[in-house]
Design a protein around this ligand. Structure first.
Ligand code: B3K
Ligand code: ZN
Length: 870
């Protein structure tokens, strides 16, 4: 919807519960693509004086009936987004009849059509596009849903809960009635109708209940859902063991759809997934896809308790369900795939997405205080920082007390719409701890800086060894002053022979604190923030010698990896400066030390392959951009290429040996060990390609031709595009022709195309938007091409003539006419603007001015205004 007047924000401080409670709701759907008829019958009780204000958007109202009496038009008020009923009794039956047009619904919110099937997406405010209702999470009700549709086109009719009745409505039509006994808010409502192939299995819960499990997919895709099914059963078991949570309904269903605004949705008993996060087999999915599927299947399943049984009082409390559920899926993945590598990957993701947000114009607290569109707050801060905050709570309390607190929360709040205060209160009740200061993690935006200084006083033999920890959170938009937060800091002293003490924990609650230790007799380096024990930016002076000592000796795997990253960040920072001033970076002792330390890791038998692969991965472009001021992004890209080449050249023979040693004839398996083997082997290939090693092209070509799985195939493809030359077009065409019948693989093709070098510049990217397979309405395809381009094509996106930014803005504005929530999310890419050089900052500001002047949707307006300066 276009906005002509300045929209008013929703404020946390204005929260007021609804005046009425909907005790139960019966929904009757007569499905038709252009005109679906919805009848709703609600039993309603008054809880406070006042009117009943129901939400509704793009609905054609047919009739309103109160206690069997049809209301005339003068008996209710209808505004653009509300149906207001006045002078209501204390208890009544309300019936509403309306129609909607699912075929015209390009927002993919509410009821829409994807691949000829009906499906819904109601979180956060999509239910109001289906019928008039109290579309807010604190309005929980018991739903019964009847669906009727033609049998032939829609053999499956699904909704939440348990099916209580089904049958023929006529010779060509059939119906099904579903009842969900658990009260839920409207955002968890789901309906699906269409033709599917199904994959069936079952799970027996800890109390011995037999639960049928069904996954619904496009015809022909059932085999590609097997991994998701396996992940689902492992998640159900894990939640019983790790959190004592048992599944509650009589069946559990997952449906895959191709047109979906994000990853997946936890609708009660009927999860709906973007097919990219559900379907996988060796030939078409990468190990990263398998890993994501496992974690998202777990995440949505875990929501059954953290989100569905206990939901949020209002959308400001979104992190109550999202932060906790991300934490739970991270813990699950750590148990399935190894704690250290999982932690490294989670921290990489945090730094890649959340730190830029927390340190840029879109910064907001984990529990925000206001929003224009709640869709804009499904952010890395609410999800990933929200999970980090729960991790800090667990580290601070210890595992045992943390479990007592979570058990207490499930007892205290089951069946309610809750708040962060109530969540922490349960932990206080169970553990006796005072968590009032802890609350600041939810209220303050910005990443705290943790400065660590050491006084080793080696010259005064009797003096103590002192470590001073100091914290400070910089101001963020609209929040100038910050108070100290609860920071658990895990640390240890490391010498050239290994650790000199056991890991220690200091909890910093004030601005500064000093720890005194007995004087050390050997040279040591402080390994601090082990396992990334709090989501902060660490500021510590360390020599190359210190970093190399940690890379070689730190027993904490996370910090061993981190020492390599920190050293690489410094090298890259210096190289970027040289390149910016027109000089060529030079190999120095620090670089040599770094390469030798990487070689030791690569050839050591102490570490697993996945860990080695992560150590051999350089910090991301975003990482470097964040640690610098007003940089030229192209100079950073050149520095990254230069360092990759240097590492590839120094380690050439070891990389080659490892590459060959990791070859395997065994049939494909998606498990962590096999994925780790492929990850390291492909990292070796990528570094050899960066070094333009004479063997790289042959190895990559051979691997591309013979790969029996997508991980190896696409890694070879990417290496070949990096090597450049005539072969690129040939191999890209070949890949396209082989996979054109598989949309999820063609998404990959679009994203490799969007990120690679094109001699034709931006016109080559623009041409891709005209490709027969480009689909402007499909979020996956748009994200592959436009998102891939903005995130991964530094050379063209940041081109100094502004053509990259211009193309991107055009695409966002075009998307906004159909799908505002996807458009707004894409536009967030510009948040890095302030980290760039002045010329690019000005170009981005011009684009933002253009967006604002175009009278965009509320979603896009909110994001653009926050990023616009002056
Ligand atoms: N709860 C959904 C996200 C809904 C996004 C709405 N804009 C998926 C998840 O976090 O599990
Ligand atoms: Zn979630």
């Amino acid at each position: 919807m276009r906005t002509d007047t300045a929209p008013t924000p929703t404020l946390l401080k204005n929260y007021k519960p609804p005046n009425f409670k909907i005790d139960s709701v019966y929904l009757d759907f007569d499905l038709s693509q252009k005109k679906t008829r919805v009848k709703s019958k609600m039993q309603i009780t008054r809880v406070a004086a006042g009117d009943l204000e129901l939400d509704g958007e793009e609905i054609n109202l047919v009739s309103v009936t109160v206690n069997d009496k049809v209301l005339s038009r003068s008996n209710y008020r209808l505004t653009q987004n509300k149906l207001i009923l006045t002078k209501l009794p204390d208890q009544f039956t309300l019936e509403i009849e309306n129609t909607v047009d699912p075929s015209a619904n390009s927002t993919l919110m509410g009821l829409y059509v994807s691949g000829g099937r009906f499906c819904t997406q109601c979180e956060a405010e999509g239910f109001r596009r289906i019928t008039y209702y109290l579309d807010r999470p604190d309005a929980m009700s018991v739903f019964t849903v009847r669906i009727e549709a033609p049998k032939k086109s829609y053999p499956y009719l699904l909704a939440n809960g348990n099916m209580i009745e089904s049958g023929d409505a006529s010779s060509t039509r059939h119906y099904a009635v579903w009842h969900d006994p658990f009260p839920k808010p409207a955002y968890l409502f789901a309906l699906v109708a269409g033709e599917f192939d199904i994959l069936e299995d079952s799970f027996t819960t800890m109390s011995g209940r037999h639960i049928p499990l069904t996954i619904y997919v496009d015809p022909g895709d059932a085999g590609r859902a097997e991994y998701a099914m396996d992940a689902l059963k492992r998640s159900m078991k894990w939640d019983e063991e790790a959190f004592g949570r048992e599944y509650d309904l009589d069946r559990f269903m997952i449906v895959a759809v191709r047109d979906f605004n994000f990853g997946a949705m936890e609708n009660k008993g009927l999860n709906i997934f973007n097919s990219s996060l559900l379907l996988a087999d060796a030939k078409t999915a990468t190990d990263m896809n398998f890993e994501r599927i496992e974690s998202v299947v777990a995440h949505e399943y875990f929501h059954n308790w953290t989100g569905n049984r206990i939901t949020c009082r209002d959308w400001f409390q979104l992190c109550l369900k999202e932060g906790f559920t991300v934490f739970r899926d991270q813990e699950f993945s750590a148990d399935q795939r190894g704690a250290a590598v999982q932690r490294i990957k989670d921290v990489r993701a945090l730094r890649g997405r959340q730190f830029p947000e927390d340190n840029g114009p879109l910064a907001h607290p984990v529990r925000p205080k206001e929003y224009l569109k709640i869709d804009n707050f499904y952010t890395a801060t609410i999800y990933e920082k929200g999970a980090e905050v729960i991790r800090v709570l667990k580290t601070y309390l210890g595992a045992e007390k943390f479990r007592q607190g979570s058990d207490q929360y499930f007892i205290d709040r089951d069946g309610t719409a809750s708040t962060i205060e109530e969540f922490l209160e349960s932990f206080e009740t169970a553990t006796g701890e005072d968590l009032s200061q802890f609350m600041r993690w939810y209220e303050q935006a910005g990443t705290p800086r943790l400065t660590v200084t050491e006084d080793r006083s080696l010259t005064t033999p009797t003096a103590a060894h002192k470590i001073t920890f100091a914290q400070k959170t910089p101001p963020t938009p609209g929040q100038a002053g910050k108070a100290p937060v609860v920071l658990p800091i895990k640390w240890q002293l490391i010498s050239d022979d290994g650790p000199v003490n056991e890991p220690q924990m200091t909890v910093l609650t004030t601005a500064e604190d000093t720890v005194s230790l007995p004087r050390q007799t050997v040279e040591t380096t402080l390994s601090v923030l082990q396992d990334f024990s709090a989501p902060v930016i660490l500021e510590i002076e360390r020599s190359t010698q210190d970093q190399l000592r940690l890379m070689g000796q730190d027993p904490n795997a996370f910090n061993r990896w981190e020492a390599g990253q920190a050293l690489a960040r410094r090298l890259l920072g210096n190289m970027t400066k040289s390149i910016t001033t027109g000089r060529t970076p030079k190999a120095d002792r620090a670089l040599l030390g770094y390469c030798n330390a990487l070689r030791s890791t690569l050839t050591s038998t102490e570490f697993d392959n996945q860990f080695k692969a992560l150590c051999l991965t350089l910090p991301s472009h975003t990482d470097i951009l964040q640690s610098a001021k007003q940089s030229d992004p192209l100079a950073i890209e050149h520095a990254l290429n230069w360092l990759s080449r240097a590492v590839g050249e120094h380690l050439q023979s070891d990389l080659l040996t490892t590459y060959h040693a990791l070859e395997s004839d065994a049939p494909f398996r998606p498990d962590a060990d096999s994925a780790g083997r492929r990850a390291l082997r492909n990292r070796c290939l990528a570094l050899l390609a960066s070094a333009k090693s004479p063997v790289a092209a042959t190895l990559a070509t051979e691997q591309y031709k013979t790969a029996d799985n997508m991980t190896d195939e696409i890694s070879a493809l990417v290496s070949l595009t990096r090597l450049g030359g005539q072969r690129v077009k040939h191999v890209m065409d070949d890949f396209y022709n082989r996979w054109k019948a598989k949309p999820l693989v063609i998404d990959k093709w679009f994203s490799v195309q969007s990120m690679r070098h094109h001699a034709g510049g931006i016109d080559a990217i623009r041409a891709l938007t005209e490709h027969a397979d480009y689909a402007r309405n499909n979020p996956n395809r748009v994200r592959s091409l436009v998102g891939g381009f903005a995130h991964g094509n530094v050379e063209l996106f940041h081109k100094l003539d502004g053509s990259g930014y211009r193309f991107f803005t055009e695409q966002v504005m075009d998307m906004d006419t159909r799908n505002p929530s996807v458009a707004a999310r894409l536009l967030g890419v510009f948040e890095v603007g302030r980290k760039l050089d002045k010329t690019r900052q000005a170009l981005i500001q011009d684009e933002l001015a253009k967006v604002i002047a175009s009278k965009p949707s509320k979603n896009v307006l909110e994001i653009a205004q926050k990023m616009k300066t002056g």
